[in-house]
Design a binder for this molecule. Structure first.
Ligand code: BAL
Ligand code: ZN
Length: 855
């Protein structure tokens, strides 16, 4: 496949200020007529080139006249045009019910819907499918009234009426020029939960969340989140909504989480539907975050879009940063930061350390769908966060205002954004731009010396970033590090928090008047997305885990203490558990601590994160070390876990509030430790919770504990769960996923059996991810000796690639981590990658991921 390079960008030869689309909708064959007003962009002689994907036009007209002098260059329609402005009409026939890729126009649950980002519009009609061609869209849809009573598109509804043969039509118009990746239509048998929102300038917007009629009661949370998000964006960023309607449609078959199409967001139903019986607190939180994220794109993505797909992080990193701020404002900001950093470490750090590492603004790609990554999204958000930290809140807001004003209605670049940050603040970000061009996670070593005689403390910092593919050497990054010193004996603050910019390979910072042995608190709030390597003792980490006044730093100290203990256990074969037990005891006993925070702070780092700290991952040794520490924590603190469990169980019926969420979280965490202790009644306690639960958080928490344990009660619980929810696809996903994530010895076999279960299907991305995706990130089960896990993943990727290459390619990265494992495992993993590459008819999506993983 061809490699597309950022440096080859050329502005479009032809612009399309207006397009009128006419859809004669039918799942078997839909006829699409497109009328494009095209304008030559400069004095060039090149033909008009319109992207397609597999179609040939059934008709081409130029300026109203039938035109036969066109040609196909691969999938691209080429037409020579004499003048500078023409009207081009094309007609194609497409087949939504055969569209298993779920890109373009496709059928889901009897309805028709679209997904165009990144390059799906070319599967609908011929068009210059690139984000810097912005057009005003008029859309007319005609469909059978009974099967498709609701017809929605971008923008505002204009007119509707009856057509012949039981059909009807509707017209929509979007006054805002947009790239074609934001095009959307939906035709279906849907009902709306409606509300209104009055914008800050007093305009009333009609809101609608469209779902199957039976799902309407599950849309209240999403609708409330939408209203909250609209008000938040006005208050925090000064951004007002701009159309008369804002519709969201939930569909069951969807590659992404959701899509920000102008005025018509289309969502994976898992990010809309919630009620206490079927959705966990984490689901509720994710729904609010994704609803907000897609809504925020109306400005960061739609009003200001991307010049080309290399700029993807311009909209995604910024919008993730915006949705993180929104979520932080809805509950515990500290817990939200912990969750975001956990996600970054679980998904992005390994990406940055592996064969698929790329900068947040990549230099090249074969298939852009492969670049909707944790690097573009989550690291991209961290890069925006660092600029917000460097600028301070007022300058940052002034700079985002400038950005939105200056680039409204245009397709911008990452550099345009950074320039606005510079203009708005007067700060030179020349060196900071390395964050856009260099991949890899910087490591910062921090060593603190103290001379008691002179009262001087010296902090020696050094940064280095390992080579990544194509980037053997790195320039130093600008790292905004928040620092503070505490007295190791008194716990008193010995310095104010300071923001130190580490922009050289090394730097020394001195602190005077330090009369007490200082303890270093560094990268507070996770102010830079780096790995800190410090020489802090377990006593110092224990101290910080009890005394640091930055909640993230406090959490981090506990995590580091746990990591150091687990790494020692794996590498030395022994470790002293006492400091961790003591630190966890203090956290549980501290009455001043927010329970939501405490529940996160006492959790051990994941198997994978422990593995990431090792020269070579030994999955079984990591598992054994972690289980041993869990068991000791469970046993030594048995009384505290029992009382935490009892206290957290006192809540009445379900409410979704920060306090009630914190209690449920602590309940699940405490239950996990009760089970880890080996207590004889643990399975009974879990089963009782499972049966008595009035909400999915408690039910799934209990199920997870049972499914990780040895008791046969897990089989009864799984059966009860399955029978209760067999008609609910989203809950059945949890049933598959919980088993795929189990730490039990038999998980690989259970997963192989589940892949033959009648409810398993690769055709639905959520279901594929719930089993195949979850298994791939279960470090112990996936890497069990013998390579059965690797074969399982490769078999399913090869099968899924034939249906949905984009989703298949996203599940490949666990196989690409072979360099991190012993030679026996590495050989088996590479063999599966080679088998994938040798598969005839492989998609470019999977080819790119597999071939880069072998390089
Ligand atoms: N733009 C693709 C889905 C999302 O990031 O919102
Ligand atoms: Zn997004």
């Amino acid at each position: 496949p061809a490699v597309i390079r950022r440096e080859d960008y050329q502005p479009p030869d032809w612009l399309v200020p207006d397009i009128a689309l006419d859809f004669d909708l039918d799942p078997a064959t839909t006829r699409v007529t497109a009328v494009l007003d095209v304008v030559r962009s400069s004095a060039h002689g090149r033909p008009l080139r319109l992207d397609g994907d597999g179609q040939v036009p059934t008709k081409v007209l130029v300026d109203g006249n039938p035109h036969n002098d066109w040609r196909m260059d691969g999938d691209t329609l080429e037409i020579d045009l004499p003048g500078s402005e023409h009207r081009i009409e094309t007609e194609v026939a497409i087949h939504p019910d055969r569209n298993t890729q779920l890109m373009g126009l496709y059928a889901s649950g009897g309805n028709l819907c679209t997904q165009c980002e990144a390059e799906g519009f070319r599967r609908i009609t011929f068009f210059p499918d690139r984000p810097d061609v912005l057009a005003r869209y008029s859309v007319r849809m005609t469909a059978d009234r009974k099967r498709f009573p609701v017809l929605l598109a971008n923008g505002d509804p204009i007119a509707s009426g009856d057509a012949e043969d039981g059909r009807h039509w509707a017209e929509w118009r979007d006054p805002f020029p947009k790239p074609c990746y934001l095009f959307a239509l939906v035709a279906g048998d849907l009902s709306a939960n409606r509300a209104t929102f009055t914008t800050m300038s007093g305009r009333e917007v009609q809101l609608g969340i469209w779902v199957r009629a039976a799902d309407l009661p599950k849309t209240e949370h999403a609708l409330a989140a939408l209203q909250t998000a609209m008000a938040w964006d006005e208050r925090v960023y000064g951004r007002e909504y701009d159309l008369d309607v804002f519709n969201i449609v939930a569909v069951d078959d969807f590659n992404f989480g959701a899509m920000e199409n102008k005025g018509l967001n289309i969502f994976n139903s898992r990010y809309i539907l919630a009620d206490p019986d079927t959705a966990t607190d984490a689901d509720y939180d994710a729904i609010a975050a994704v609803v907000a994220h897609e809504y925020f794109h109306n400005w960061s993505g739609n009003r200001v879009t991307c010049r080309d797909w290399f700029q993807l992080s311009l909209k995604e990193g910024f919008t993730v940063f915006r949705d993180q701020g929104f979520s932080a404002d809805q509950g515990s900001a500290a817990v939200k930061r912990i969750e975001d950093v956990r996600t970054l470490r679980a998904a992005q750090f390994p990406e940055d350390a592996g064969p698929l590492a790329h900068p947040i603004r990549p230099d090249s790609y074969m298939e852009i769908s492969n670049f909707y990554t944790a690097t573009i999204y989550n690291k991209g958000a961290e890069v925006i966060r660092m600029m917000a930290t460097i600028l301070g809140p007022d300058s940052f807001r002034a700079s985002t205002d400038l950005y939105f004003d200056r680039y409204d209605g245009t397709a911008a670049t990452c550099d345009d954004f950074v320039r606005c940050m510079e203009f708005g603040s007067g700060i030179d970000l020349t060196q900071f731009r390395h964050w856009y061009s260099q991949a890899g996670t910087p490591r910062v070593s921090a060593a603190l010396d103290h001379d008691a005689g002179s009262g001087r403390a010296t902090l020696r910092l050094a940064q280095r970033t390992a080579p990544t593919p194509g980037q053997p050497d790195k320039e130093p990054f600008v790292l905004p590090l928040k620092l503070k010193l505490f007295g190791g004996e008194t716990g008193a603050a010995l310095s104010n928090e300071q923001l130190f910019m580490l922009d050289r390979p090394t730097a020394d910072i001195t602190f005077d008047g330090v009369t007490e042995r200082p303890v270093l608190s560094i990268n507070r709030g996770f102010s830079a997305p780096v790995i800190i390597e410090s020489d802090r003792s377990s006593a110092d980490l224990k101290f910080l885990s009890a005394h640091d006044d930055d909640p993230f730093a406090r959490y981090e100290a506990m995590q580091q203490l746990m990591l150091d203990t687990l790494v020692a256990a794996v590498t030395l074969g022994r470790a002293d558990h006492e400091p961790v037990i003591d630190a966890v005891r203090r956290t549980l006993e501290d009455p001043a601590l927010d329970r939501a925070f405490a529940a996160e702070a006492v959790l051990l780092p994941s198997d994978s994160f422990v593995g990431d700290q090792l020269e070579m991952v030994d999955p079984e040794a990591v598992f054994r070390a972690r289980e041993a520490l869990r068991r000791d924590l469970g046993k030594h603190l048995a009384g505290l876990w029992r009382s935490a469990y009892a206290n957290a169980s006192q809540a009445g019926t379900f409410v979704y509030s920060p306090a009630a969420k914190a209690a449920r979280r602590m309940r699940s965490v405490a239950l996990g430790y009760i089970a880890a202790s080996g207590a004889e009644d643990a399975a009974d306690v879990a089963f009782a919770q499972f049966e008595a639960a009035d909400n999915m958080t408690d039910r799934q928490g209990a199920l997870t504990t049972l499914v990780n344990g040895k008791s046969d009660k897990r089989i009864a619980a799984l059966d009860i769960f399955y029978n209760r929810y067999s008609g609910d696809a989203l809950v059945l996903d949890k049933w598959f996923q919980t088993q795929a994530l189990s730490m039990r010895d038999d998980t690989p076999q259970v997963v192989a059996d589940l892949a033959r279960h009648p409810d398993f299907s690769l055709a639905n991305p959520n279901r594929a991810r719930s089993l195949v995706g979850a298994f791939g990130v279960n470090q112990r089960a996936f890497h069990m000796a013998g390579g059965a896990g690797y074969r399982f993943l490769a078999d399913h990727l090869i099968a899924l690639d034939k249906l949905n290459p984009q989703t298949a390619a996203k599940l490949l990265p666990p196989l690409g981590r072979w360099r991190r494992f012993d030679p026996a495992r590495a050989t088996l993993m590479k063999a599966e990658l080679e088998r994938i590459l040798a598969t005839p008819g492989l998609s470019k999506d999977l080819f790119e991921q597999a071939s880069k993983s072998l390089e």
